[in-house]
Design a protein around this ligand. Structure first.
Ligand code: BMA
Length: 373
């Protein structure tokens, strides 16, 4: 009798867990616009078809060119655009006309509009300056920075004025018909590392959660910006689900969960693949537990020194996982040898085309066919 009873209780608990995950049907913002809901559903639907490929600053510059005379290194190599386009808001908070990588914010707005009109997806990260010291996003000299911007902190008002700029910019993104464009927002990323002022050594788990929650509440509830899908992203330093979720702000605050990872030239391909697969197992289990969408929010191998890296290493590592997208980092026009996508003539170009041709790798043209814009 006792066994039957415990089985019954276990079944009930399981179904409660499942329905909790299943109930995460819409975005965390309950008042998300119709277009934002469509984007959210499109992202979910595309996961059944494959993995989307993304590129940071893809339309702004590449190897040997800078907008406005530009195009896209991915387009030059494959004849198609990426599916996801990464942008960064760093320096918007200072009132600067261009971001920390010299992309003019007006240009960024226009390019984001072009992406959306082609059916692509825009993601915004924020390499935000240090509001306490006035230094850069990498200024970790004062471990009290996060505390200083939370409610009651000496820089709270300064920080709110920065969030206002983010709200104005993201809320102000418009398509050609004047309708707000839905986008992914990925603030305070790689928080388990020690290189950004919001990193693990400089604030408690609780302070980090408060920062993320405050940001969500301020943008969504105070500023009433309802075109955002929130992305929570670690680095690859976690070794288990509990650790992965240790700074997770809660199901009411995130839509996509992911992590950033890069291959180091000192790491052999097999080691990188094995490590990445282990992390993806953990991410998938965290995604099941939370009911959220898993993604590789940044990935790459600087200069892609191995010609078949795309099919033999990257695709071999990720193909068995149901992640939504993998975003490759930027092809810097202003920093020599800092590139993560092939360009015409680069040694991994041919293999990237092979990757592109695989049925389950999704690029710009695949998104046009799916869902409504
Ligand atoms: C880093 C590098 C930097 C850049 C920063 C923000 O990974 O690419 O050159 O300024 O991202 O985009």
């Amino acid at each position: 009798m006792r066994t039957i009873l415990s089985l019954l209780i276990a079944a009930l608990l399981l179904s409660a867990g499942l329905s909790r995950a299943e109930s995460c049907k819409g975005p965390a913002d309950k008042k998300a616009t119709a277009e934002t809901r469509k984007l959210f559903n499109k992202i979910k639907e595309l996961r059944t078809q494959g993995i989307m490929f993304g590129h940071q600053d893809d339309l702004a510059y590449g190897i040997g060119w800078i907008y406005p005379n530009g195009s896209s290194d991915v387009l030059k190599v494959t004849g198609d655009y990426p599916a996801v386009f990464g942008w960064d808001l760093g320096h918007l908070e200072t009132g600067s006309a261009h971001n920390l990588d010299s992309v003019p914010f007006n240009t960024m707005k226009e390019l984001a509009r072009q992406v959306y009109s082609r059916g692509g997806i825009n993601q915004f990260s924020w390499h935000c300056n240090n509001p306490l010291t006035g230094g850069s996003t990498w200024d970790v000299s004062n471990p009290g920075t996060v505390k200083s911007i939370l409610e009651g902190g000496e820089k709270h008002q300064v920080f709110i004025s920065w969030l206002d700029k983010v709200a104005d910019f993201l809320g102000g993104l418009r398509d050609e018909n004047g309708r707000q464009i839905p986008v992914l927002f990925r603030p305070y990323h790689e928080f388990d590392g020690g290189w950004f002022w919001w990193g693990k050594p400089y604030c408690s788990n609780d302070e980090y959660k408060q920062l993320y929650q405050f940001t969500f509440d301020y943008l969504v509830k105070v500023r009433k910006i309802h075109n955002l899908i929130f992305v929570f992203s670690n680095t690859d330093l976690f070794t288990g689900t509990d650790q992965y979720l240790e700074r997770y702000p809660g199901n009411e605050y995130a839509d996509i969960i992911g992590f950033d990872t890069y291959q180091d030239p000192k790491t052999p391909n097999e080691t990188f693949t094995a490590g990445l697969r282990t992390k993806l197992e953990i991410l998938e289990s965290a995604a099941k537990q939370t009911g959220k969408i898993p993604a590789l929010t940044e990935i790459g191998y600087e200069q892609i020194p191995y010609p078949s890296w795309w099919t033999e290493v990257l695709w071999a590592s990720i193909k068995d996982y149901s992640i939504s997208y993998a975003l490759l980092w930027r092809n810097a026009a202003n920093r020599p040898n800092h590139y993560y996508m092939p360009y015409p003539g680069q040694q991994s170009e041919k293999d990237f085309i092979e990757l592109y041709k695989l049925p389950r790798t999704l690029f710009g043209n695949d998104l046009k066919k799916t869902g409504e814009k």
